[in-house]
Design a protein around this ligand. Structure first.
Ligand SMILES: Nc1ncnc2c1ncn2[C@@H]1O[C@H](COP(=O)(O)OP(=O)(O)OP(=O)(O)O)[C@@H](O)[C@H]1O
Ligand SMILES: [Mg+2]
Length: 451
C-alpha cells in the first residue's frame, strides 16, 4: 500500500495528460483495493489529490494560453517567431504561473527566467508598478528545483525600519523591547526555498549590509544573537526604482546591487507592449467572467478604442482591475461610462481623447490594430441597435409591450435586447425626465411586467 503511494509521490514533475491519467488511476486503485486506510495514508492521498489538482489546473491553463493567444491573433498578422517561441516554452513544460502575453520583450524575460530558474543565482527584477514583478518571481521559483519548497515574499518597503532586521533575520528573546520570545525571520522560513525581496530599493543601509552577508556567506544572525545560522535560500529581489542611480546617490550599496543583479530582468511597461493589450483584454475578460460567474462582457467600439490607446500608468494590474470592474458593472455590453471616473476620456470616443490618453510621442494606433473589420461592423450594428431601441422606448414612454407591437417583435426577444444594452424601460416612463445615466451596478436585474 505505502509502496504504491510512494511511487506516485516520486512521479516525474513533467506534466502530461498521459502522466496525469496514470496517476489518477493509481490513486483510484489505491482507494478501491485498500481495506483499511491509516491516518497517514489519508493525509498522503489528500496531498496527492491536491498536487494532481494543481497540475490539472496548470495544464488547462497552458491550453487556454495557447487557445486565447491563437484566437487573439488573426492569421494574417500572426508572428511566426513569437508563436514559435511561446510554443517552445510550453513544450519544455515551462510553468507560466498565469503570465500571459507574447510580446517579444516579455518572451525574452520569460526565457531568461527559464534559464535562471534551475540555478541558485540571485535575480533582480525591475519594472514599473503593476508590470508583473512578483509574478515573474513566482515563475522563477516554480520552474526551479525549489518549487515544492517555500516561496516567502517580503515587502521591504512596508515594514517599519526598526523592525526590518528582525523580520528578515529573526531575533532573540529580549533583543529589544517587545521581543518577548525567540522568533525566526523570513530568511529562515525560506530555508531551502526562495525569498522574494520586494521593493528592495527601500531597504535601509543597515539591512543592506546584513543582506550582503547572507549573499556572501549564506548565513544569518538573529537580532541580539552572536550565533550564526546557515540558510540555503534563493534570492529574488524586485524594485520599481533605478537601483543603479540609487547607488550612485549613495542610497544603495553598489556591491549589493551587483550581487543581487547577477541576472537582471526588466519588465517593460504595458504602454511599451501595446500589442499585448487585445490579448490581455480577452484574457482578463474571461478570467473576470469566470470569477463573477457571468458571460464574458462585450465592449463597445468606443471602450475598446479607449482601452487600446490608454497609457496605463498602473500597467497590467490597472488593465486587469478595469476588466474586472466593467465585467461587474456592465450588463452584456460595457461602455466608457463603466470606467472609473478618473480614467474616463474627456469626450468619450473622440479621437482627441484617445490621442491624449496615449503616451506623447507615440505613434497613433492604426485602424488595423484597433479591431478587425467584422468586429467593427458588429460593434457599429450594436450601436445602431441600441440607438434604435432608445428612440423606440422614448416614443412609447417606456412601454415595452407597445414597442414590441410597433416594431413587430416578440416581446421576450425585445426584453432580451434591452437587457443586452443595459436599457431600462422605466427610465423612459416619464417623458419629462431624461433617462438616468446609470452606472449599471443594478443592471439586468429586473424582469419588468408591462401592462
Ligand atoms: N503578463 C501577465 N499576465 C497576466 N497577468 C499579469 C501579467 N503581469 C502581471 N499580471 C497581473 O497583474 C497584477 C500585478 O502584478 P504584480 O503584482 O506581479 O506586479 P508588480 O510589478 O509586483 O507590481 P508592484 O510594483 O505594484 O508591486 C497581478 O494580478 C498579476 O497577476
Ligand atoms: Mg509587487
Amino acid at each position: 500500500m505505502m509502496k504504491i503511494l510512494d511511487q506516485i509521490e516520486e512521479a516525474s514533475p513533467a506534466i502530461s495528460y498521459a502522466g496525469l491519467i496514470e496517476r489518477i488511476e493509481i490513486l483510484r486503485s489505491t482507494l478501491r483495493w485498500s481495506s483499511r486506510l491509516e491516518r497517514a495514508d489519508i493525509d498522503k492521498l489528500l496531498r496527492q489529490a491536491t498536487s494532481l489538482r494543481d497540475e490539472v489546473m496548470q495544464l488547462s491553463h497552458k491550453e487556454r494560453f495557447v487557445q486565447a493567444a491563437v484566437a487573439a491573433e488573426p492569421e494574417e498578422r500572426a508572428d511566426q517567431s513569437r508563436g514559435a517561441r511561446r510554443k517552445a516554452l510550453l513544450e519544455r513544460s515551462f510553468i507560466f504561473e498565469g503570465t500571459f502575453g507574447d510580446n517579444p520583450r516579455l518572451l525574452e524575460s520569460l526565457e531568461i527566467a527559464e534559464k535562471a530558474a534551475p540555478t541558485d543565482l540571485p535575480v533582480l527584477i525591475d519594472g514599473e508598478s503593476g508590470t508583473g514583478k512578483e509574478l515573474m518571481a513566482k515563475v522563477i521559483h516554480a520552474n526551479g528545483s525549489r518549487s515544492d519548497k517555500p516561496f516567502i515574499s517580503v515587502n521591504c518597503g512596508a515594514i517599519p525600519e526598526n523592525l526590518l532586521e528582525s523580520e528578515l533575520f529573526g531575533h532573540r528573546k529580549g533583543a529589544f523591547t517587545g521581543a518577548s520570545n525567540d522568533r525566526k525571520g523570513k530568511f529562515e522560513s525560506a530555508h531551502t526555498g526562495t525569498i522574494f525581496l520586494d521593493e528592495i530599493g527601500e531597504l535601509p543601509l543597515a539591512g543592506q549590509v546584513k543582506l550582503l552577508r547572507v549573499l556572501e556567506a549564506h548565513e544569518i544572525q538573529r537580532v541580539g544573537s552572536d550565533e550564526t545560522i546557515a540558510v540555503d535560500t534563493r534570492i529574488v529581489a524586485a524594485t520599481n526604482r533605478n537601483l543603479r542611480q540609487l547607488s550612485e546617490e549613495g542610497k544603495f550599496r553598489e556591491d549589493l546591487f551587483y550581487r543581487l543583479s547577477v541576472i537582471h530582468v526588466t519588465l517593460p511597461p504595458l504602454r511599451e507592449r501595446r500589442d499585448e493589450i487585445p490579448l490581455l483584454i480577452a484574457w482578463f475578460g474571461d478570467e473576470a467572467a469566470g470569477t463573477l460567474k457571468r458571460r464574458p462582457v462585450r465592449l463597445t467600439p468606443r471602450l475598446r478604442d479607449f482601452l487600446l490607446n490608454y497609457a496605463y500608468p498602473g500597467n497590467i494590474r490597472e488593465l486587469r482591475n478595469v476588466m474586472y470592474r466593467v465585467s461587474c458593472l456592465a450588463g452584456d455590453m460595457a461602455d466608457v461610462d463603466h470606467l472609473p471616473v478618473d480614467m474616463r476620456p474627456a469626450a468619450p470616443g473622440s479621437a482627441a481623447a484617445a490621442a491624449n490618453a496615449a503616451t506623447p510621442g507615440q505613434q497613433p494606433i492604426s485602424v488595423a490594430n484597433l479591431m478587425s473589420l467584422s468586429d467593427a461592423k458588429r460593434a457599429a450594428s450594436d450601436d445602431a441597435e441600441k440607438a434604435f431601441l432608445e428612440r423606440g422606448l422614448r416614443e412609447v414612454s417606456g412601454t415595452v409591450a407597445e414597442l414590441a407591437r410597433r416594431i413587430d417583435m416578440n416581446r421576450s426577444h425585445l426584453q432580451m435586447l434591452l437587457k443586452k444594452h443595459g436599457l431600462h424601460s422605466k427610465d423612459f416612463r416619464n417623458r419629462n425626465m431624461p433617462p438616468t445615466s446609470r452606472n449599471g451596478a443594478d443592471e439586468g436585474d429586473e424582469e419588468e411586467s408591462e401592462s
